[in-house]
Write a protein that binds this ligand. Structure first.
Ligand code: ATP
Ligand code: MG
Length: 362
């Protein structure tokens, strides 16, 4: 009625294992949002890439894959990996890292939000005590892939694994984190290990402090990663926006998923903030071959990932609607959660309930 129609075209890569089971649930949510609002339209194109594709074609994705994905507003990815048939490093390098690097998705965003006290393994923590968001460097650092093996096999063998921190990328990541802090509680924590990593992390600290000069109203603190792991468990309420390098961010966000109630709630976004290329939205969990086909995969992480996509596409209200409804599922509808979160529902059943809640909330 009246307003211009907004159309979003997403590339969808369901991938392997439970990726194929949770992606359709996320699409059901988007379809409902389209039905309930009269000025937004989602369309999708599916790409059958992943391990089955690898077995047939000898590659994880089409040779011109990146070019095919370029035209989309966003990429939704379930999970890839079939460790019994395809080596993990191929899955990772040829698809996930290929897309993240090819599209310069240098920010990995990971909300760590406790929905209900009953989900938290920490004693005496209230819902508001766990509400942080990680900004993880996603394209270089410790995962640059640079290194070498010298005098291989000999008793003098030496292996090097090089971490790369460019001024350009570090600045962009840190700056992104400051800007995010500006929109939230004006508080930013940086995680390093500058007492032991005397080049990389000292440099990180320097950039962090330099960037901070443009954000005088942001309260900052800096923790070493070992102390940070302790504080996250003891006093998660100390943190709001947290910025960390690739490796430290990877480890700490897994820890974070535990204090928010498990990997079934862990959503992530790989962002290219300049929007030169599409960003990619994928839950933290993998293809979970151990529960594939049982119909018990938790769809919440994938649906929360769609929430992050809507935020990025400028649909903040719809994003909030999803999060509010997920929260209601975890508080009022606990038996409609999947078994990993203590419920008794199937993948489908959890989504059925969530769709009802969304209908009521709109
Ligand atoms: P990857 O290397 O791709 O991260 P992984 O084997 O390390 O894979 P997952 O595939 O995430 O990790 O599985 C880890 C454990 O968590 C498994 O026991 C799996 O069943 C469980 N799990 C992961 N995702 C979900 C989900 N959405 N719902 C329920 N259980 C899940
Ligand atoms: Mg894993």
């Amino acid at each position: 009625a009246g307003g211009a129609m907004v159309r979003f075209l997403s590339a969808v890569i369901p991938g392997d294992g439970i990726g194929k089971e949770v992606v359709p649930q996320a699409i059901r949510v988007l379809d409902l949002l389209e039905e309930l609002s009269d000025d937004i339209e989602f369309s999708y194109r599916y790409f059958p890439w992943g391990s089955q594709y690898y077995i047939k074609h000898g590659r994880m994705m089409d040779e011109n894959g990146l070019r095919k994905l370029e035209e989309f507003d966003a990429i939704l990815l379930g999970a890839v990996g079939l460790p019994s048939l395809v080596p993990d490093h191929i899955t990772l390098r040829e698809l996930l890292i290929h897309i993240r690097q090819g599209f310069d998705q240098y920010i990995n965003l990971r909300p760590i939000v406790l929905l209900d006290e009953r989900d938290c393994p920490l004693k005496g923590k209230k819902v508001n005590d766990v509400d942080m968001i990680f900004v993880r460097e996603n394209s270089e650092g410790e995962y640059s892939g640079i290194g070498g093996v010298f005098r291989e096999g000999s008793s003098e063998e030496i292996v090097l694994q090089t971490a790369v921190f460019s001024r350009r990328k570090t600045q962009k990541v840190v700056n992104y984190a400051y800007q995010l802090a500006q929109k939230r509680k004006k508080q930013l924590t940086s995680v390093t290990k500058s007492n032991a990593l005397n080049y990389s992390m000292v440099f990180w600290d320097k950039i962090f402090n330099e960037c901070g000069e443009s954000f005088p109203n942001i309260k900052t603190d800096q923790y070493h990663v070992d102390a940070m792991s302790m504080h996250m468990l003891r006093s998660p309420e100390l943190f709001d926006v947290v910025v960390a390098s690739n490796l430290f961010g990877d480890i700490l966000t897994d820890l974070g998923s535990v204090i928010q109630g498990g990997i079934g709630y862990a959503a992530a976004a790989n962002l290219n903030p300049e929007r030169t290329y599409p960003s990619m939205f994928e839950p933290v969990h993998g293809s979970a071959p151990d529960i594939e086909g049982k119909g018990i995969a938790n769809p919440v992480a994938m649906i929360w990932t769609v929430k992050l996509m809507l935020d990025f596409l400028g649909q903040g209200e719809l994003a909030q609607l999803i999060l509010k409804s997920i929260r209601q599922l975890a508080t009022e509808g606990r038996k409609f959660l999947t078994p990993d979160c203590g419920g008794e529902a199937t993948t489908q059943g959890t989504t059925d309930y969530l769709l009802q809640v969304i209908r009521k909330n709109i």
